[in-house]
Design a protein around this ligand. Structure first.
Ligand SMILES: NC(=O)c1ccc[n+]([C@@H]2O[C@H](COP(=O)([O-])OP(=O)(O)OC[C@H]3O[C@@H](n4cnc5c(N)ncnc54)[C@H](O)[C@@H]3O)[C@@H](O)[C@H]2O)c1
Length: 253
């Protein structure tokens, strides 16, 4: 079971690149906010800013959806919400199971945003017998012994793993064997899955480490400025230019 590739090629069946697919939820979030404010149309520039994406990239992404907007008017917000939701498969209900109902699993179960985006938490599953039957977010926790029957009874194709890292592969294998074909993994480990199974990984500590890298660079740049030698003194009439002809080679601090 623990073999095979863990990701798909960069282009999906209908020719929409994975990078575009990854940006569709950003557009949808921005469009949903506009829709809630009853904004009828939006320009590509406004929407790009709201989604945090470059506007040329946005226009290219929307061209894959066959959506080109109207010159001078922009894009119809409601229609785009519908189009992107349909493209992402959100016009249907997706039953989801969460496995591992500790701190994180319980927090995810309590998150109201799943249901409003078409993801229904069908069951919460944990290996701890002491947790079986206890209510979390209004659902009784089910024991892992029931995992396979829960998946088949509810037609679950998406599983969320929030177990300790050491248990994640085994949980993943059981989910996949039971029919799950998409996994959202929060455990800090790389999962192996067979062809046809998609894995998305969420790791906040990796995001923090990337921010730490940038923080370090920023403070390094600040420190570099502090110790940089002062610029050479020049008279106002000196008139020397930098190598590109219009800026001094050494900028004043
Ligand atoms: N991705 C992130 O950003 C992020 C953030 C926080 C935590 N985590 C990870 O999420 C996981 C859970 O963290 P937590 O703080 O909720 O831990 P926790 O110890 O509170 O909860 C883990 C739960 O998993 C259950 N469990 C253990 N083995 C299992 C199995 N084989 N099948 C089903 N359930 C099983 C335990 O009984 C427990 O209830 C850890 O791997 C942690 O590193 C990830």
């Amino acid at each position: 079971m623990a073999t095979g590739r863990t990701h798909r090629p960069a282009t999906r069946s209908r020719g929409i690149p994975e990078a575009t697919v990854a940006r569709l939820p950003l557009y949808l979030r921005a469009l949903t906010a506009l829709s809630e404010r009853s904004v009828p149309t939006v320009s590509s520039e406004e929407l790009a800013t709201a989604a945090g994406v470059n506007s040329a990239k946005l226009r290219k992404d929307f061209s894959y959806l066959g959506s080109y907007g109207t010159r001078g008017v922009g894009y119809d917000v409601e229609y785009l919400v519908y189009q992107i939701s349909r493209e992402l498969g959100l016009t249907q209900d997706w039953p989801v199971v969460i496995v591992g109902i500790g701190n994180l699993g319980a927090a995810l179960a309590n998150y109201g945003g799943f249901a409003s985006r078409g993801f229904r938490v069908a069951a919460l599953i944990d290996a701890d017998p002491a947790m079986a039957g206890k209510p979390v977010a209004g659902l009784p926790v089910r024991h892992t012994d029931e995992l396979e029957s829960i998946i088949s009874d509810n037609g679950v194709s998406i599983g969320v793993i929030a177990t300790p890292a050491g248990a994640a592969q085994q949980v993943c294998d059981r989910l996949v064997a039971a029919g799950v074909t998409s996994i959202l993994n929060f455990a800090p480990t790389v999962l192996s899955v067979p062809d046809g199974v998609d894995v998305r990984k969420v790791d906040l500590s990796i995001e923090l480490q990337i921010l730490a890298f940038h923080e370090q660079r920023k403070s390094g740049e600040d420190a570099g400025q502090a110790v940089a030698p002062p610029p050479p003194l020049r008279s106002a009439s000196d008139g020397r230019k930098g190598p590109d002809g219009d800026v001094p080679a050494v900028m004043p601090a």
